[in-house]
Design a protein around this ligand. Structure first.
Ligand SMILES: NC(=O)c1ccc[n+]([C@@H]2O[C@H](COP(=O)([O-])OP(=O)(O)OC[C@H]3O[C@@H](n4cnc5c(N)ncnc54)[C@H](OP(=O)(O)O)[C@@H]3O)[C@@H](O)[C@H]2O)c1
Length: 318
């Protein structure tokens, strides 16, 4: 367990993951949680970040800020995904090393693994084959982050660890039409179809790809667990170890939001990787298992969406 009196920085605290990590740390009684908005500290700016670390001296860092999005955002803004993520992690890791941070958790993504690697995906499959084209720039930046953590560990003895979560969803998700991932996108679109009184919803792709989904509150618990218990180089996968077709997922979301709607699939739109399921046996071996079933998590996410009309994140980050 991490020291509850220690100064703990959570980057990206207004986002899906950062807000969940802050909620979990608060629930554990951590008394010195440090945060800064993008307006206060742009994590791409080395001087601002170094000064901020020198002044605040965090002992632990959850570096979970990032430029994040679904297939559409990744394919239309590859430079943002490459440039922003590379810069943020380079700047934050360096500032953490220079200011003597005790331990840092870097968040990558299951997108780092090769497109056609065997399933479920084991950590050692990293860099064994070509990446999925639709999010190649994002994946390359995230791989560089994992390798940077390992390099700081090797050269300077820094206790930097890298967690690779599967697809996430939950409170504070991004519901923007151009930036959202599959679950917030489906929740919003089913909701809009219901409000408009329309009988059908068209879903991108064939519906056959299989994906794994983890509630972000489960991820937050896993991040804090790893910060306390895990200290090794290389990525460690964080997921449920269970996957579902996009078709079945769309049916689950429909049942939550608009049960009478009919589903239509548009095979002219890209599917992405055919299957993406993480092997989570290392994490399970350490004693961590997810708790929130997908059906329950989807209900919660939809309630959050309904209850936060003003707080719904509908803007694409610049
Ligand atoms: N969402 C997923 O399904 C998923 C899956 C696997 C891995 N991940 C990883 O999880 C991490 C967090 O993702 P998320 O879904 O929580 O994303 P998110 O909801 O979009 O939140 C990202 C956060 O990063 C902050 N940020 C972005 N650029 C910044 C900058 N230049 N300076 C300061 N702050 C900046 C944002 O600040 P603002 O609030 O000001 O916009 C926001 O708070 C990312 O590293 C991502 O790769 C996410």
């Amino acid at each position: 367990m991490i020291d509850r009196q220690a100064r703990i920085l959570v980057t990206g605290h207004r986002g899906l993951v950062g807000s969940a990590v802050v909620r979990h740390l608060q629930s554990l009684g951590c008394s010195q949680i440090l945060t800064a908005t993008r307006q206060e500290v742009d994590l791409r700016d080395p001087r601002t970040v170094e000064n901020w670390f020198a002044e605040r001296r965090p002992a632990y860092v959850f570096h979970v800020a990032g430029t994040v999005g679904g297939i559409w955002a990744n394919s239309t803004r590859p430079v943002d995904f490459l440039h922003d993520n590379l810069l943020m992690q380079a700047v934050v890791l360096r500032a953490a090393w220079q200011s003597g941070v005790q331990k840092l958790l870097y968040l990558g993504s299951s997108c780092i693994y090769p497109r056609d690697c065997p399933q479920p995906i084991r950590e050692e499959y990293l860099l064994t084959g070509p990446l999925e084209k639709t999010n190649e720039c994002y994946a390359l930046a995230k791989i560089a982050g994992v390798k940077a953590c390992d390099a700081y560990r090797q050269q300077y003895g820094c206790r930097f660890i890298s967690a690779m979560p599967t697809n996430l969803y939950g409170p504070n998700d991004n519901f923007h039409p151009d930036g959202s991932h599959v679950i917030p996108g489906l929740l919003r679109r089913f909701h809009e179809v219901k409000l408009a009184g329309q009988p059908t919803l068209t879903v991108w792709g064939t519906g056959t790809p299989r994906r794994e989904f983890l509630h972000v509150d489960d991820l937050a618990v896993a991040c804090v667990f790893l910060m306390g218990k895990y200290d090794e180089a290389g990525p460690i996968n964080v997921g449920t170890g269970e996957d579902i077709t996009i078709h079945a997922l769309a049916e689950l979301v429909r049942d939550v939001v608009h049960p009478s709607a009919e589903l239509v699939f548009d095979p002219s739109k890209p599917d992405g990787t055919p299957r993406k399921l993480l092997d989570v046996s290392r994490l399970h071996g350490l004693g961590w298992h997810h708790r929130i079933p997908l059906e329950v998590g989807l209900q919660q996410a939809y309630h959050w969406y309904l209850e936060h009309p003003a707080g719904r994140r509908m803007s694409v980050a610049d």
